[in-house]
Design a protein around this ligand. Structure first.
Ligand code: DX5
Ligand code: ZN
Length: 229
């Protein structure tokens, strides 16, 4: 599975979302959209109406990361609206299997996210239900935070679980991913990289995406044999 770079719209100018999305359309793979409800995380961003409008203008597939208290209620609607990926948090979902299946039934890929303090092993049995596992590399809620190196052993364990499982499951990292940290993520086995500040707060967002990809690919090639497929 080729590496994917997903710029996070959280660091973009919210009054110019379509223009900001267009700036990376030729070089990025997915657009990462952070939905926050002020309850699961202490921040409020955008919801379904804005995502639905962005879908009309964005050339890239939308990767929706739902940091909301009731994903069981809302996640399937993002899939129905046309998001390519809909990711729910393990800490918030009351019925993750049902919700993940509803996301897929509505035509999207299903993702499961874990916060830095949440172990990944209890969710190993859900690998059959998901297309994407998101290991948060900051506490969710805000862009521009420092990368948490303490999460890297979990990224490695997640890669091993996915390798043993054998299916096609993306391993995504999100938070503090920069030119300085992305190599460590790739070496640990991640293959989808969300970057907000490093892309949209740079002078040249498209060039930043290209550089991030080059660093990730160089480091991913040095990952432990058999752990990155
Ligand atoms: C944080 C969000 C991230 C955020 C990353 O809760 O889930 O997607 O946009 O931003 P940076 O790359 O600035 O850490
Ligand atoms: Zn995110």
């Amino acid at each position: 599975m080729a590496m994917q770079i997903a710029p996070s719209m959280l660091a973009a100018d919210f009054a110019r979302l379509a223009d900001e999305a267009a700036a990376v359309a030729d070089v990025a793979d997915w657009l990462h959209v952070d939905v926050m409800d002020g309850h699961f995380v202490p921040n409020l961003t955008i919801g379904l109406p804005v995502v639905a409008d962005l879908l009309k203008y964005a050339a890239l597939p939308l990767d929706c990361h739902l940091m909301i208290a009731d994903p069981d209620r809302w996640a399937p609607d993002y899939a129905s609206a046309g998001a390519q990926n809909v990711t729910i948090h393990a800490e918030a979902a009351a019925a993750p299997v049902r919700t993940l299946r509803m996301i897929k039934s509505a035509g999207a890929r299903a993702g499961l996210a874990v916060n830095p303090g949440t172990p990944v092993e209890p969710y190993a049995d859900l690998l059959d239900e998901i297309d994407l596992l998101l290991v948060m590399t900051v506490e969710p809620g805000f862009g521009g935070q420092s990368f948490l190196d303490l999460v890297l052993p979990k990224v490695r364990r997640a890669r091993d679980l996915i390798s043993r499982h054998g299916g096609e499951v993306w391993l995504q990292v999100d938070g503090g991913v920069t030119e300085e940290t992305i190599g460590r993520c790739a070496e640990a086995g991640a293959d989808v990289f969300v970057a907000g500040t490093a892309v949209f707060r740079s002078q040249e967002p498209a060039a930043a995406v290209e550089h991030l990809r080059a660093v990730a690919e160089a480091a991913g090639g040095q990952a432990r044999p058999g752990t990155v497929g």
